[in-house]
Design a protein around this ligand. Structure first.
Ligand code: BTN
Length: 239
């Protein structure tokens, strides 16, 4: 199946555009792309800086709600695979970051939508691509970077978009094989095997990150030896 691009110069958020298009009956693999967002959304109500030059897109797909974390893993992997073309040190960080050299270069925001005709997913992907690093807000807690900064040259967003969508489509084609997606994700994940502090909605969990399950949960071994499964949170790294 091929995708259909809906292009915008500027929107509030491509995820919100996608939700509006679902309500209007847009088919699967409709992809909303914007040159900039004026109200880009990150996870947990955070904002996503979206200056011109970055790549901001949202993919519309039918999907059961319990598969959304798997879809997020498939999207993170697709971003990493698309960036491999440059030979950069690319890794994923649970649950939704893509890093180059330990700094965040992309984020994924998957949102679910329940409609009378069924369940939908909006897979939002933001990549700090052809952007000067100075244009991004500095974050004390986690370093950020851009492809332009890492490569030291301009980035062809159109080529990146095509590679990304081809990689994402290939991953979604095999989504039924959840163990293969999870295995590939684990193989590129910087979080595993490290001592982590995870901020969750129910408090902070500290321990060693031991695995990521097919359901998308992170398993942390806490000092008592118990293993705690975390569905969502922010990993702050070693204390
Ligand atoms: C995060 O790291 O917190 C997730 C960031 C997701 C950003 C993308 S940009 C395209 C899509 N539209 C949005 O408003 N957000 C996502």
């Amino acid at each position: 199946m091929s995708w259909k691009l809906v292009r915008h110069k500027a929107v509030d958020s491509t995820n919100d555009e996608a939700k509006a298009l679902i309500a209007e009956g847009a088919p699967p693999w409709t992809v909303i792309v914007a040159e900039k967002q004026v109200a880009g959304k990150g996870r947990h109500g955070r904002s996503w800086a979206s200056p011109r030059g970055g790549l901001y897109l949202s993919v519309i797909l039918p999907q059961e709600m319990d598969r959304l974390p798997l879809l997020s893993m498939a999207a993170s992997l697709a971003v990493a695979e698309a960036l491999d073309a440059w030979g950069l040190p690319v890794a994923v960080k649970w649950p939704n970051d893509v890093q180059v050299g330990g700094a965040k270069v992309a984020g994924i925001l998957v949102e679910g939508l329940v409609r009378p005709e069924g369940y939908w997913a909006v897979v939002g992907i933001g990549i700090n691509s052809d952007v000067a690093k100075e244009r991004l807000p500095r974050r004390m807690d986690s370093p950020v970077t851009t492809l332009r900064h890492e490569l030291g040259k301009a980035v062809d967003n159109e080529g990146l978009l095509s590679r990304l969508l081809a990689a994402f489509q290939a991953n979604v084609d095999v989504l039924e094989n959840a163990s293969a997606i999870a295995q590939a994700y684990r193989g590129r994940c910087v979080t595993l095997g490290t001592d982590v502090v995870v901020e969750t909605g129910k408090g902070t969990i500290q321990g060693k990150a031991v695995t990521i399950r097919e359901s998308g949960t992170l398993v942390v071994r806490v000092p008592t030896g118990d293993e705690v499964e975390i569905a969502d949170g922010t990993v702050r790294g070693p204390p």
